[in-house]
Design a protein around this ligand. Sequence first.
Ligand SMILES: Nc1ncnc2c1ncn2[C@@H]1O[C@H](COP(=O)(O)OP(=O)(O)O)[C@@H](O)[C@H]1O
Ligand SMILES: [Mg+2]
Length: 269
Amino acid sequence: MTIALPIRPAADAPAYYSPSANECSLFERAWARRLPLLLKGPTGCGKTRFVSHMAAKLGLPLSTVSCHDDLAAADLTGRYLLMGGDTVWVDGPLTRAVREGGICYLDEIVEARKDVAVVLHPLTDDRRILPLERTGEQLAAPASFMLVVSYNPGYQNLLKSLKPSTRQRFVAIEFDFLPKSDEIAVVSAESGLADAQVAPLVELARRIRALKGHDLEEGASTRLLVYCASLIDAGVPVREAVLAAMIAPLTDEPDVKTALTELADSLIR
Ligand SMILES: Nc1ncnc2c1ncn2[C@@H]1O[C@H](COP(=O)(O)OP(=O)(O)O)[C@@H](O)[C@H]1O
Ligand SMILES: [Mg+2]
């Protein structure tokens, strides 16, 4: 048997973003004054969405890099590659953003290798230059170039935190989950599920977030809420969707899973 499921088209218009405070005007003014920006906050609370929204609003090209523990400076600046017998220099995403005067967004910056800080430092002070040792170039960032980085202080450990010498080069915006009614509106808009059905899911997420730190490393994010509501909107039974999108991703501990399931059952029929 085949089931024809309606597929929701991916929007390619400027990403919908519901602000929580004055972060849009702060971003715009930091950009106008050529200041680099640091976004702090838990996973799935809207940081990446905010940056793509602002890039579209300002009409700037956006290069996003998800940092990981193997990401080195050369992954950002560029490399010589062998192409048909020739060695050709290929710009990395940071170099490209500097050349075209766009926004370079480094997501989860603390994950990156230590040598990344070295290439960021001259770009984040008033020199605003990117030295490319390999090509001998010294690129001056145009006025429209902006560096934005994010990190999640929640799972910071002693080995992985941002050094003061790096963090003090940025203007910082702290993010958190939206107030209840705004989060309901976002999840409903993103998933297509009606507000009335979204409301108990958001209540559950807020209760789960309150447990963070005890047995949970992270609470249920807005992203997981969107997944859960999308599954329900696609016809998955509510309880199944809650287990799959809001509980199973959070924990591997059977006891914690049982406790969260009981909490869900008490809130959602
Ligand atoms: N303020 C917001 N406005 C619109 N959508 C949001 C907002 N916050 C979260 N979302 C939704 O949650 C998802 C995850 O957000 P994302 O920006 O990827 O989180 P982060 O980068 O903080 O981990 C987004 O794809 C979007 O569907
Ligand atoms: Mg992100």
